[in-house]
Ligand binder design. Structure first.
Ligand SMILES: Cc1cc2nc3c(=O)[nH]c(=O)nc-3n(C[C@H](O)[C@H](O)[C@H](O)COP(=O)(O)OP(=O)(O)OC[C@H]3O[C@@H](n4cnc5c(N)ncnc54)[C@H](O)[C@@H]3O)c2cc1C
Length: 370
């Protein structure tokens, strides 16, 4: 994120910088550590309400010379092939815009991308959000991810905002036939009362607002370009399938699109063949990593013990390991890093210990019942 926007949000007390955080595994193992000292200036996460973030980014773009138009929902886009120009229309008004290139950054549903026939499937997932009033809960950390065995590979999270407010989220991640996007409300309510770790963190007096939800488009679309068109952010499916997170990819995708358009303008060429280069660039930068995320999701769903082993590894290795784990989970480094010996050997060791402990526990129980 632009450091000006970041600093402004912190200064105005609209964002909270996460320091203490961690995970609770399906088997109830947990590690909550600190990351600020290890990560330094750029934190693992900041929590900020979308309204503040969106406004700060839009205003920063305006300061840089962007012509900001609010309340201008595009209803239709028509391309004039002979002029090589788009005309954009909005409902109930006669004013229009002309553009050489149309950038669809209209979020996971991407009505415009769908209208143009470039996006051909509906969003594949969904996420809930509910703010918890400050002073009414028992959560002490800044951010914790809770994996409940029943809803893997999805998860829920609590994140601290300014003024002790919390954000309680539930992410449905595709891969478990028993947990579909239609079940979001059920899981949101079920976990906050029935998951022992989440309900303990919230406490009996927590004032939680009504659930809000929106769709997610995960794993990258096959096509995010067309003749005089680019598709960016959620509209192009730039959400990590392992975490359901897409803000940093939308930002990176936006930056790549802007730099690419600069080149295209210089060349004066907006043909589909050239626009494809933008797609290859974001795929090379972070899109190819999504297939690893999908593989890890399936592994987590089939073998939840891997998450228990991860929590045990974090416990054993401490904050430095937590910071590296956070780097992988937040997409700062590729998911492939998970296969590096420092991770794979540590996880393998903890996995073995857990398997032996569970085997011994089972044996003891069998002997008891004889
Ligand atoms: C509940 C929830 C929690 C999430 N939590 C996280 C998180 O903690 N971390 C993270 O990284 N990601 C998170 N995500 C995902 C994240 O919100 C998205 O990846 C990110 O917002 C994508 O940005 P975007 O600009 O591509 O799309 P959006 O943020 O959806 O923005 C699209 C914008 O386009 C506008 N628009 C749509 N159609 C039109 C039109 N026709 N004309 C004009 N404007 C239009 C919309 O009003 C909207 O403002 C979460 C998602 C949900 C639903």
């Amino acid at each position: 994120m632009d450091m000006g926007v970041y600093d402004q949000l912190i200064r105005e007390n609209k964002a909270h910088v996460a320091d203490s955080g961690g995970l609770v595994s399906p088997g109830g193992l947990s590690y909550i550590g600190r990351s600020k000292e290890v990560l330094g200036e750029i934190p693992a996460a900041i929590a900020c309400k979308r309204i503040h973030l969106d406004e700060a980014i839009a205003k920063a773009a305006q300061r840089m010379g962007a012509d900001l138009r609010e309340e201008w929902a595009v209803n239709e886009a028509k391309f004039d092939n002979s002029a090589g120009l788009w005309t954009l229309y909005r409902e109930g008004a006669t004013d229009t815009f002309k553009a050489r290139v149309l950038v669809c950054a209209d979020g996971a549903p991407s009505r415009l991308g769908t209208q143009l026939g470039l996006i051909t499937r509906p969003p594949d997932s969904t996420c809930s959000r509910a703010y918890v009033e400050g002073g009414t809960h028992k959560f002490k950390a800044d951010g914790v991810v809770f994996y409940n065995k029943e809803m893997l590979p999805g998860y829920s999270a609590l994140f601290r905002h300014p003024n002790d407010e919390l954000n309680y989220c539930v992410y449905i991640i595709p891969g478990n036939p028993k947990v579909t996007p239609d079940d979001l409300k059920y899981w949101h309510e079920y976990l906050q009362t029935n998951d022992p770790n989440i309900s303990r963190a919230l406490g009996g007096e927590a004032k939680i607002e009504r659930m809000n939800a929106a769709s997610l488009r995960l794993g990258g679309e096959q096509v995010s370009y067309g003749h005089h068109v680019l598709i960016v952010g959620d509209a192009a499916g730039m959400i990590d399938p392992l975490t359901g997170e897409g803000i940093h990819h939308a930002m990176e995708g936006g930056k790549l699109a802007a730099l690419f358009l600069d080149e295209a303008i210089k060349k004066g060429n907006y043909d589909e063949g050239l626009m494809k280069i933008y797609h290859q660039r974001w795929m090379n930068k972070f899109g190819f990593d999504f297939k690893w995320s999908m593989i890890f999701c399936q592994m987590m769903y089939r073998y939840p013990i891997l998450l228990d082993a991860s929590a045990a590894a974090l416990k054993r290795k401490g904050d430095k390991f937590l910071a590296k784990w956070a780097d992988i989970m937040t997409g700062r480094v590729p998911k492939m890093y998970m296969l590096k010996p420092e991770f794979s050997l540590t996880l393998g060791y903890e996995l073995l210990r857990l398997l032996i402990a569970r085997f011994n526990g089972q044996k003891k129980n069998e002997n008891k019942s004889l």
